[in-house]
Design a protein around this ligand. Structure first.
Ligand code: PMP
Length: 430
């Protein structure tokens, strides 16, 4: 497709798709990507980009990895059944997750991160008979009414992110009213919340390592305090590890931080781009999904645990277990250290945070400890920096607040190329 026809294609898209694409984030960034391989993608106009969006984190091994794709091809040639009983690949993948993830006594698969957190809400409510939910400001837990509060779910809505603001018209105000939103890393607010509402909470949700607005760790003792309060008040603690599980550690961030939730929601990095999500958790809670349980929740989904997705999961798991995770950590450290050098050389007031193969750059002197601090960066300069990177064929999110990531297919040379581009981009916005 030539440059001219790429524009035609976008014009056609604008006519038949809302905003030109299936989703608000996609219509914000109207590139036509036609090919992807390893660490790179190619636009319809034939331009090659080094990709650090990686389908928002689903691609962890590298684009179109032949080992994952051939496992998928083998699986679809043999069996395409879902909806009746277990499949071999489903049992094996659940066993592998249970062997490495501390909270995973029992595992169930669905199709996305949104579905995973939705099922976790219903499970918490079924188990406790309570209604209220706790979450933290700025953390995105998927697109359903029950948790779409105090979060920016689409670009251009930064002005709408008060603690208790439902993200958009269309969200059920009653559902939003049942959510208590706290600032991340605020221990006093956490204590006050449990003192006032501990007995009303059906579940407490957090990203144990926040990647909804860059990369923000919990301060020492914060997760331990949350765990302790949940235990004392009988509140199921849900770790949303949609971004962190399998990417930073096969056992999830919980295997790094040493705090074990009651339920874990996982998704993105498990199947290298094939659609999967799931819950892992305490057996007594998860058993409520068993058909006929007297006080059960229901987990349903016609396409859950498709054999081809489970095959993608197993192949991805193999690659990550066979040195892939270590490689992500080593390359990520090279990126973060290099970015800090480039920032110092440029004189721009900026900072870097991150973990494993993920990082965030902020146009403020220190990385933020919570969402309000993240919003206080120089976001105009941040967007300009992202555009400068785009002009240098580095594919990073164009929005002001986002994490970035690399894949096992990324090379040291790729990182160095990105660092050279980052240095130029920083000097351009200085
Ligand atoms: N939780 C977190 C932490 C996420 O980052 C996301 C997606 N970015 C979700 C849940 C929702 O996942 P999905 O887009 O697969 O529905």
């Amino acid at each position: 497709m030539s440059a001219g026809t790429a524009a035609d294609y976008i014009a056609r898209a604008e006519r038949v798709l809302p905003g030109g694409a299936s989703g608000s984030w996609r219509s914000y960034d109207m590139q036509v990507i036609e090919r992807a391989h390893g660490a790179h993608v190619w636009t319809a106009a034939g331009q090659r980009y080094l990709d650090f969006i990686l389908a928002w984190g689903t691609v962890v091994v590298g684009h179109c990895d032949p080992r994952v794709n051939s496992a998928v091809a083998d699986a679809v040639a043999i069996c395409d059944i879902t909806t009746i009983g277990p499949q071999r690949g489903e049992v094996e993948l659940a066993e592998r997750i249970a062997a490495v993830m501390p909270s995973a006594e029992s595992v169930a698969f669905c199709l996305s991160g949104t579905e995973a957190t939705l099922h976790a809400v219903q499970l918490g409510r079924a188990a406790t008979g309570r209604q209220k939910l706790l979450k933290f400001h700025g953390s995105y837990h998927g697109w359903h009414d029950m948790l779409a509060v105090g979060v920016r779910a689409a670009p251009g809505r930064e002005d709408r992110v008060g603690l208790n603001t439902p993200e958009s018209p269309g969200i059920h105000v009653g559902a939003a009213a049942d959510v208590i939103v706290l600032p991340w890393n605020d221990r006093a607010a956490l204590d006050d919340c449990f003192a006032a509402h501990g007995g009303e909470l059906a579940a407490a949700f957090c990203e144990p390592y926040v990647q909804s607005y860059g990369c923000t760790a919990a301060e020492p003792g914060f997760l331990e305090r949350l765990r302790d309060l949940c235990t004392r008040h009988g509140v199921p603690l849900v770790f949303d590890e949609v971004k962190t599980a399998f990417r930073h550690h096969l056992g999830g961030y919980q295997a790094i931080c040493g705090v074990t939730p009651d339920i874990t929601a996982f998704s993105k990095a498990l199947a290298n781009g094939f659609s999967v999500g799931g819950l892992a958790g305490r057996r007594d809670l998860m058993e409520r999904f068993r058909a006929g349980h007297a006080a059960g929740a229901v987990m349903d989904g016609t396409s859950n645990a498709s054999p081809y997705v489970m095959a993608a999961g197993a192949a991805t798991f193999d690659i990550l277990a066979d040195g892939g995770i270590e490689r992500l950590h080593a390359l990520g450290a090279r990126m973060r250290e290099g970015l800090r050098r480039e920032i110092a050389d440029s004189g721009v007031e900026a900072s870097v945070s991150g973990i494993g193969g993920s990082w965030a750059l902020y146009m403020r002197a220190t990385p933020p400890r919570n969402y309000a601090e993240a919003l206080s960066q120089d976001s105009g300069r941040m967007v300009e920096y992202n555009q400068q990177l785009r002009a240098r064929r580095i594919l990073e999110p164009l929005v002001a607040l986002a994490d970035r990531r690399l894949s096992v297919a990324t090379t040291e040379d790729d990182v160095d190329e990105a660092l050279a581009a980052a240095g130029e981009a920083l000097r351009a916005v200085a």
